[in-house]
Ligand binder design. Structure first.
Ligand code: ADP
Ligand code: MG
Length: 206
């Protein structure tokens, strides 16, 4: 499938399906080290995104990403709503009005998304947040793009690295967000936002 507006919209629909499938798991992870709303938050947000895509699908990848951004910002709430919203908004700006994205454009969009999350949330790698999934994903995406990978290959590389990055948050102590209130008691649990980021990238890659 080409990484054009229809392809990106299809990926976003798949993200919505994945989020709803894993809603309970994400909420349970957030119950361990947060307030138990992460799955609900994302399911509400991506449910609203589907409603808007059903009404009208924008005619460029950037348009689709911007629709996702504005919808998540207005419907998700919590810490993750503005962070995911910023990620999609920066990705939209990065791809501009291109009609179709190649591997390099996808890697650049992922990097812009990660940089936006860091600028907004001020988390560094190792703080046990979604940044711990996004940062290895960006590194893997850039390497895949430099090796000539197409959009699908770049997203697959990003998803694999994000899955490992999410798993690697388990032994970390949280230094940002609600989980940081737990101090050492945050150790031994996977960060919900890192896990959802990995699901999101895997769904886009698929
Ligand atoms: P809330 O914490 O407000 O209930 P969610 O439960 O939806 O929001 O999202 C929690 C997730 O948000 C965390 O697991 C973490 O990955 C992410 N997060 C929280 N604060 C930050 C931050 N400052 N920078 C990056 N990610 C963050
Ligand atoms: Mg929460």
């Amino acid at each position: 499938m080409a990484c054009d507006a229809a392809g990106v919209a299809g990926g976003v629909r798949r993200v919505a399906g994945t989020v709803s499938e894993h809603k309970a798991e994400l909420t349970n992870l957030d119950r361990e080290i947060g307030d138990g709303d992460h799955g609900e938050n994302l399911a509400r947000g991506f449910g609203a995104v589907i409603g808007k895509l059903d009404a009208e699908t924008p005619d460029s990848p950037g348009g689709v990403l911007k629709l996702v951004a504005t919808t998540l910002i207005s419907t998700v709430g919590g810490a993750s709503g503005p962070l995911f919203g910023t990620a999609f908004l920066r990705a939209a700006t990065s791809v501009g009005d291109a009609g179709e994205l190649d591997g390099s454009a996808v890697a650049a969009a992922l990097e812009a998304a990660r940089d936006g999350v860091v600028a907004r949330g001020k988390a560094e790698p190792g703080d046990k947040t979604m940044v711990d999934a996004l940062t290895p994903a960006v590194d893997a995406a850039k390497a895949a793009a430099e090796g000539g990978g197409d959009a699908a290959a770049v997203l697959a590389a990003a998803a694999g690295a994000a899955e490992q990055g999410a798993a690697d948050t388990e032994p970390m102590q949280a230094h940002k967000g609600r989980a940081s209130y737990l101090g050492e008691r945050s150790i031994g649990h996977v960060d919900p936002g890192a896990r959802s980021t990995a699901y999101l990238l895997r769904a886009l890659a698929d």
